[in-house]
Write a protein that binds this ligand. Structure first.
Ligand SMILES: C[S@@+](CC[C@H](N)C(=O)[O-])C[C@H]1O[C@@H](n2cnc3c(N)ncnc32)[C@H](O)[C@@H]1O
Length: 199
């Protein structure tokens, strides 16, 4: 299983953003949606071995997490507006149970941020993506067939407290090269590396 955890420090946990102006009305949900597409969708298909988590941490009073599961999701289209519409519907769903509430097949939403995510990652090898870390190409311990979770920041990057939470859980820092790239490009490279290792 591949898991991508996208940490949106400014992304708001609210459905009241405008589809015609996602970046400035959602706290840059657009960054997370492009990263979602890069992690989950391939040409004319969905990666059935992949789960993507969008952590929406931008509202001080309410954090929420969206979970998109490739094996179960239907009718996901690659354009940002369509993915934003899916996120909007999920954010309009009341969370009346602990953990994730199903929205439609493959899409679920939970109240909370890293706290609701941690049980999901209990069996995963954790990798924290950042430039200047050891190169993924030289990472012999990365087993593409295992359950791996990759933590990636938004346009602002991962905060020190978030980094420390994942390092305390045993996350390994890993890089896709020396230049700081956009989140979606980092995820595309990681997915490609796993594809190559999978043969
Ligand atoms: C646009 S970058 C963040 C840039 C931000 N200004 C910073 O300095 O962290 C988004 C995320 O992509 C990941 N990232 C960017 N470049 C990377 C690289 N070369 N290797 C691994 N991860 C990278 C990191 O997780 C980062 O938080």
């Amino acid at each position: 299983m591949r898991r991508f955890v996208l940490v949106g420090e400014k992304a708001r946990a609210s459905a009241d953003f405008l589809l015609v102006d996602i970046p400035s009305t959602s706290g840059r949900l657009d960054v997370l949606l492009r990263a979602l597409r890069a992690g989950l969708l391939v040409s004319h298909g969905v990666r059935t071995d992949t789960l993507v988590y969008l952590l929406l941490l931008g509202d001080p009073e309410r954090k929420r997490t969206l979970r998109i599961e490739g094996a179960a999701a239907r009718y996901l289209r690659p354009d940002e507006r369509s993915l934003a519409t899916t996120a909007k519907k999920a954010l309009n769903t009341p969370c009346d149970q602990a953990g994730f509430t199903p929205v439609r097949p493959g899409i679920a939403v939970a109240d909370g941020g890293i706290d609701v995510l941690l049980p999901e990652l209990a069996g995963s090898a954790l990798y924290l993506l950042e430039p200047n870390a050891p190169d993924i190409r030289a990472c012999s311990q990365l087993d593409a067939a295992a359950d791996n979770a990759f933590i990636v920041g938004d346009h602002l990057g991962l905060t020190e407290p978030v980094r420390q939470v994942f390092f305390a859980l045993g996350a390994q820092p890993i890089s896709v090269g020396p230049r700081a790239l956009h989140s979606e490009d980092v995820i595309a490279i990681v997915a490609n590396e796993l594809d190559r290792r999978s043969g």
